[in-house]
Design a protein. Structure first.
Lengths: 305, 275, 383
């Protein structure tokens, strides 16, 4: 790093340091700090909040009602992440082993939905999952067809098609979250698999291992840092998701973000909302710390020195 | 004899092809249906009744929606400009200098990327209504100030990330050569560094613009009745009904996004070839 | 005796252990291997030698099962390998990058193949220890690959492959990543290892010194086909084409025309040599036919300048000589290479062992000299 003449360098230094740092300080750290303060406060009348160092908000967060919501959010985010991993891994594998020519296009194809507005993507799913949506429409079509065929063959026809309740429940929320977060998972998986030395796979095959065995003994351990990255950057946004459970979920599909929103916009209980927000932040930081811990000192995946 | 697949040619297995097809179908079918049915002459939205563009006409006549769209574009433009400056400065600072507390600064600058949107939205709400109350009766576009500030706060770290990645490939000797020839700090920055990071600036601008345009959660908390953005407006439309008008609005946004991406990729390629 | 190059086939003893039959491999429109047929005998150390892109590695990988031939069959020990995937073939490979699994210890790496075969732990441990002793890595069993040197990692790869007792061991550029001294030591070790273990080794290399030193038979490949197949001395002393003569070792090549062809002698006139080339044998061909004469540098002799050309044994007077001036001397310690420029501007390489510790100054720069070679030294090449 070139360090230039001292005086000019000092000026440059402060010129580049101050704007971003000051901005982050005033418009990010400060507001978050205030929220943190509020989490230790109480409502004073209708509009004021007095910070009095109370833990009552946090205590309330551990109420079974809210604990259950926390638990469910973690569960939903976890299931989402797992599904994204299972679905996304073969996709990442396919892109890595695709011809040079195709690879950027395939990546683009996977990322394009990600660039589309979250709101729109979630909304599109409503049309799919509704009682009279595309999914049920197709199922009804198949059902009727099978029923007709059954009658044709001489067996009893099926009864009236009962549309599946695919919307406004936990299924829809998970479906929507997977739909939205899948590209998040594919990218780090692709990056990790790309760095893998292909001759290691060939060596494993050469030594007698089948493909599945090679996958679990060689590919997964060496791509682990990438897998952990993908899991974390899928899990955290899924945990704090607001729109998807709001639009696709039912009354019992509330996640943490929905509860927080209610505190601030409707219930007007800002201290409690602040406490919940910070609990979510702590969960986020724990997840990040876990990731740092799990990928510490991991040797470069597959590279010979 | 037909060419059998080599062991590592996974993409020739029919299982893999089927999986890929299923995944891409899953990702794109809802969107394609959305776009297609925005031209459907039917309120019910499932069965194709005929081609029409009347919902688009309705869309353009919807005053509120057009204002919201205008707001979104304005916010995105201003936020992108500010983010570019802040992000570039931050990236250069982190790349160039060593100083005590650098780790803390790095951490602070990456917080907006990491912190869940809802937490940031809530923080912005409190900040702009209690701490630094943003006057509600400011003339446009200053009324959008709160939203712009919020957007800048979560956009510029992304710009910084992209620019920093590009800086890693910078050969210091170029700058030293400029210095050797008499350039000052600022001149060296302007003539040597900026051209090198231009592709990253374009990528960052694109990223920032898209993030700002698409943002819902944070904007939801910082916008007021007079400062509605496009996603927020569409949200309220979606909550009330599923009409083809919403489809039309969504299609427009998709088209805008795709166009932006293509423009960005083209600009980037051209810039990279020159740099 | 017909001195025109021929390949000397070893006595075809039993059936060959590996048979490539009319193998063709295309990548899109690019032909990597063009109709190659080749037999490898059991127990030999065979080398596939050629410049990069000649198809040698592709051929090796097809034998391992990592590529599939576009046409043709590969027969291993009487069995057609066509439908058999790489993990079921009795063949193991040492990869160019060694491909040692970085997340497993040395012992675990070596045990990997046995684990897959379902060998029980006590037996496995015993065999791993044996294999590590074979490559002298017994003391490093618990180490991780990133703690090993390149040469050590290669031994791990060797042990890992040999422990499965394959019928054939494949080596992809085994010595290219090692430094010079280590390379020479490993050449000897590989040779010893092969004799000890007794199985067929097939090595791919672009380094002709390596191939000449270790292999018992070499196939020289160029642009997807086999240019010549033979023992090292076959290839060196009796190259069948200009490509082989030029690829293996260095050579002085002169273009010329056949002017006299008798049953026991022939004369070739070359444009670059002012004196004729005399051969004490017949050359199959017609008078005035264009051909090349190749003479190895070590077969040439330097003579001090004299008004008359030196007399060369086995030749008519005034043949197999050329006059020139020493332009460059490369002193390599054990030999010196003289670059002699002829009157026509052609540079000839002559190499001379430094027999005595003094005597380096015997021939100096810009000294006029005569260069001669015996009648049996040149090889006549028709293509």
């Amino acid at each position: 790093m070139a360090i230039s003449r001292l005086e000019q360098s000092k000026l440059t230094f402060w010129l580049t340091v101050l704007p971003p740092v000051v901005w982050v300080g005033i418009f990010f750290i400060l507001p978050l700090g205030i929220i943190w303060g509020y989490s230790f406060g109480d409502n004073d009348g209708l509009t004021e909040v007095v910070i009095n160092g109370t833990f009552s908000n946090y205590a309330r967060a551990f109420d079974p009602l809210y604990l259950q919501i926390f638990g469910k959010s973690i569960f939903v985010a976890g299931v989402t992440t797992l599904l994204c991993l299972i679905i996304g891994f073969p996709v990442a594998l396919a892109i890595v082993f695709a011809h040079e020519k195709w690879r950027p296009w395939m990546l683009l194809l996977v990322m394009l939905p990600f660039w589309t507005n979250l709101l729109i993507r979630t909304y599109a799913l409503i049309a799919v999952l509704r009682t009279e949506g595309y999914a049920n429409f197709t199922l009804r079509y198949l059902w009727d067809g099978a029923s007709w065929f059954s009658a044709f063959v001489g067996l009893a026809p099926f009864g009236e098609f009962q549309p599946l309740a695919l919307l406004y429940n936990n299924f829809a929320v998970v479906f929507g979250l997977v739909y939205v977060h899948l590209p998040f998972m594919v990218l780090p998986l692709y990056a990790a698999l790309d760095r893998l030395d292909k001759s290691l796979i060939e060596a494993s095959l050469d030594l007698g291992a089948g493909h599945l065995r090679t996958l679990f003994s060689i590919v997964v351990p060496l791509a682990l840092p990438g897998i952990v990255s993908g899991v974390i950057i899928t899990f955290i946004p899924a945990l704090g998701a607001y729109l998807t459970p709001d639009l696709l979920g039912g009354t019992d599909s509330q996640m943490i973000a929905n509860v927080i929103e209610r505190q601030f916009k409707r219930a007007n209980d800002w201290p409690f909302g602040a406490a919940l927000s910070f609990l979510l932040m702590y969960a986020t930081f724990i997840a990040i710390a876990m990731r740092a811990y799990l990928t510490r000192g991991k040797a470069v995946d597959g590279h010979h020195v | 004899m037909k060419d059998r697949a080599a062991p590592l040619e996974y993409n020739r297995l029919w299982q893999m092809r089927l999986w890929l097809f299923a995944v891409f179908f899953f990702l794109y079918a809802p969107l394609v249906a959305l776009v297609a049915f925005s031209f459907n002459d039917s309120k019910r939205n499932i069965v194709w009744k005929g081609f029409t563009t009347k919902y688009y006409a309705q869309l353009f006549q919807n005053q509120d929606l057009m204002i919201a769209f205008g707001n979104s574009i304005t916010i995105a433009l201003v936020a992108t400009l500010v983010s570019l400056v802040l992000g570039a400065l931050a990236a250069v600072m982190l790349w160039r200098f060593r100083f005590p507390g650098k780790l803390a600064v790095e951490g602070a600058l990456s917080l907006p990327i990491v912190v869940p949107e809802i937490c940031m939205g809530v923080a912005m709400l409190v900040f702009f209504s209690r701490v630094v109350p943003w006057p509600n009766d400011l003339v446009w576009p200053f009324s959008l100030g709160a939203i712009i500030i919020a957007h800048v706060s979560f956009c510029f770290p992304f710009v910084a990330m992209v620019v920093r990645a590009r800086l890693a490939s910078f050969n210091n000797e170029q700058e030293e050569a400029a210095r050797d020839l008499g350039a000052s700090d600022w001149q060296a920055f302007r003539d040597v560094l900026i051209p090198h990071i231009r592709p990253a600036l374009i990528a960052g601008a694109l990223l920032s613009f898209t993030l700002s345009l698409d943002d819902f959660v944070i904007t939801f908390f910082t916008s007021g009745p007079n400062t509605v953005t496009f996603p927020v407006k569409v949200y309220s439309m979606v909550r009330f009904s599923v009409t083809p008008e919403v489809n039309a609005a969504s299609t427009m946004l998709i088209v805008l996004t795709v166009v932006l991406m293509v423009v960005g990729v083209v600009l980037q390629n051209r810039s990279e070839r020159k740099a | 005796m017909n001195m025109v190059s021929t390949s000397h086939h070893p006595k075809a003893a039993a059936k060959p252990i590996i048979s490539f039959r009319s193998i063709v491999k295309k990548f899109g429109s690019m032909v990597a291997v063009d109709n190659v047929s080749l037999d490898v005998e059991a127990g030999e150390f065979f080398a596939l030698l050629g410049p990069s892109g000649c198809g040698k590695t592709t051929l090796l990988r097809m034998l391992a099962g990592l590529e599939v031939p576009s046409e043709g069959e590969i027969i291993l020990d009487g069995q057609d390998m066509g439908a058999i995937p790489p993990n079921k073939r009795p063949v193991n490979m040492v990869f160019q990058s060694y491909a040692v699994f970085p997340h497993m210890s040395v012992a675990d790496n070596v045990a990997y193949g046995l684990k897959i075969d379902g060998v029980a732990k006590p037996d496995r441990d015993l065999r791993v220890a044996e294999a590590l002793e074979l490559v002298q890595l017994g003391h490093l069993a618990a180490r991780m690959p990133d703690q090993l040197s390149g040469g050590q990692r290669q031994r791990v790869a060797l042990a890992r492959a040999l422990i499965k007792k394959p019928k054939v061991l494949l080596l992809d550029e085994p010595l290219s990543a090692l430094d010079a001294k280590l390379r020479e030591a490993m050449r000897f070790e590989l040779s010893q290892l092969q004799q000890k273990v007794g199985i067929t080794f097939i090595m791919v290399t672009h380094d002709q010194d390596e191939a000449l030193a270790i292999a018992s038979r070499i196939a020289v490949m160029n642009k997807g086909s086999i240019a010549q197949l033979g023992t090292p001395s076959d290839l060196y002393e009796f190259p069948a084409s200009r490509f082989v003569a030029d690829f293996i070792g260095s050579v002085n090549m002169f273009e010329g025309r056949l002017v006299k062809d008798e049953p026991d002698e022939a004369i070739v006139k070359c444009a670059e040599l002012d004196h004729a080339v005399y051969l004490p044998h017949a050359v199959p061909g017609k008078i005035d036919m264009p051909l090349w004469v190749a003479v190895r540098p070590e077969k040439m002799t330097l003579h001090k300048d004299a008004p008359e050309p030196p007399q060369v044994p086995e030749c008519k007077p005034g043949t197999n000589v050329v006059k020139g001036v020493i332009k460059e001397i490369s002193y390599l310690g054990d030999i010196s290479i003289f670059h002699v420029e002829t009157a026509g501007g052609r540079l000839i390489r002559v190499s001379r062992p430094n027999r005595s510790r003094w005597d380096q100054e015997n021939f100096g720069w810009n000294e006029p000299v005569w260069v001669s070679w015996a009648g049996s030294s040149p090889v006549v090449l028709l293509s």
